[in-house]
Write a protein that binds this ligand. Structure first.
Ligand code: LLP
Length: 413
């Protein structure tokens, strides 16, 4: 759902003019729509209506407390990959008992803390990790509930940097080794197998690989149940894509149809780990034009949001549409929109056709709700952006702009 609309020539998020936000809060600022976040969550849960399931929002996509609280209020569970993310979920009022813990490098301390908090399950990614979890469980006198993250070796047909389900990937346990490891776990007193998990990659726009992976893993789930393992959960990971430019990702219904059909025989409770689908379209990055400059070859527009604020274009050559907050009349020509960071890759858009903006003009960088703020850094000693949550005609600052003095917190001279 696109939360933006134009009213009398001015871009609004829901009913709030973006220019008013920029004037009051400054730029760069991430702006999210509560209505869009809610609509995406509902679309997904409704598509799975009638099937036991839990939407575990993937916190890495955007870990801001107000968004976590909003999803917790809608009934979501969470998918976390660190003790820090789990702490955020708890701080926002999310339930550890509805939270899955993934990641290839969980530390012993993170495991112990999550187990004590009463986590739903650990998604375990290697034999050594399972042995460590077993030791942690025994030390606590409990059985840690776990699923193995299996690697179904399916090509997700997405950007190679965000594909995770191939044989060459660092993620998961090789599919053919999973059964033996599950059997071994029966003799471990500190763990209990409760499910199977996979995740083949992010920004998936093709249902073919999803169907292949779910079918393969559902077969494994059934085989393990037949062997007497107390399996309950089938975690189908995240990955459902959104439209940044011309991609045509499956709708929530189309995605659910495929997953429901492939898991029907399992009787499992489904766990879903969407990140981008829930928050991607619901957020924009508001940025202001600092300077224009022409060189013999190019026209540059320098804006105040850099790769430290939104890393995706620099890291993945990702496309984000740029929408002027107030459209100007004129003839579009190709422009390079760049940030202030001292790196040649700090380019928000290359050769993008647009009417040349003026100094002080505002742009909304679209589809920036996922992997925007959560990947922001203070590189070049640039304080990270503010965040704003819009609901109807009102908005509130949900994260203050970082201050320069925050940059050296904990440092000594
Ligand atoms: N579950 C697991 C185990 C994951 O590794 C991920 C994402 C998700 C769920 C959520 O995936 P989503 O539904 O958001 O596609 N920074 C990159 C994306 C990295 C994704 C990492 N894992 C980007 O900006 O495109």
């Amino acid at each position: 759902m696109n939360p933006l609309r134009t009213v009398k020539g001015l871009l609004h998020a829901e009913d709030v003019p973006l220019a008013a936000v920029a004037d009051a809060v400054g730029t760069p600022t991430y702006v999210y729509s509560a209505a869009a976040l809610t609509a995406q969550y509902r679309a997904l849960t409704e598509a799975f209506a009638g099937v036991p399931h839990l939407v575990c929002y993937s916190v890495k996509a955007n870990s801001s407390l107000a968004l976590l609280k909003l999803f917790a209020g809608l009934g979501a569970g969470f998918d976390v990959v660190s003790g820090g993310e789990l702490a955020r979920v708890r701080r926002a009022g999310g339930a550890p008992s509805r939270t899955a813990f993934a990641g290839v490098g969980k530390t012993r301390d993170e495991m112990a803390e999550a187990l004590a908090a009463g986590l739903l399950l650990f998604n375990v990614e290697s034999a050594e990790e399972l042995e460590t979890l077993d030791a942690v469980g025994r030390a606590a006198g409990r059985r840690a509930p776990f699923a193995l993250r299996v690697n179904p070796d399916v090509d997700p047909r997405t950007h190679p940097y965000i594909a995770t389900g191939l044989k060459t990937s660092k993620f998961g346990v090789p599919f053919d080794e999973a059964q033996a490891l599950y059997r071994r776990s029966k003799r471990m007193r500190g763990v209990e197998a409760v499910g199977v998990d996979f995740h083949i990659g992010s920004q998936l726009t093709d249902v073919g690989p999803i169907r292949q992976a779910v079918e393969k893993v559902s077969g494994l789930y059934r085989a393990l149940r037949e062997q007497g393992l107390p399996m309950r959960y089938l975690d189908v990971g995240g990955g459902l894509g959104i439209t940044y430019e011309k991609e045509k990702p499956p709708s929530a219904e189309a995605y659910a149809r495929v997953v429901r059909a492939a898991t029907r025989e399992t009787g499992a409770q489904l766990l879903l780990e969407p990140g981008r689908f829930l928050v991607g379209d619901a957020g924009v990055l508001l940025t202001r034009v600092l300077y224009r400059k022409r060189t013999p070859d190019r026209t540059f527009v320098v804006v105040d949001a850099g790769m430290n604020d939104l890393l995706r274009p620099a890291l993945y050559q990702a496309h984000h549409a740029l929408v002027p907050v107030r459209a100007r009349k004129g003839r579009p020509a190709p422009v390079d929109v760049v940030g202030p960071v001292c790196e040649s890759t700090d380019v928000l858009a290359r050769a993008r056709p647009m009417v040349l903006p003026r100094q002080g003009d505002l742009f909304a960088v679209m589809n920036a709700g996922a992997y925007g703020m959560s990947m922001a850094s203070t590189y070049n000693s640039r304080p990270r952006p503010a965040e704003v949550l819009v609901s109807g005609g009102s908005y509130r600052v949900i994260r203050e702009r970082e201050q320069v003095r925050d940059l050296w917190r904990g440092e000594t001279t």
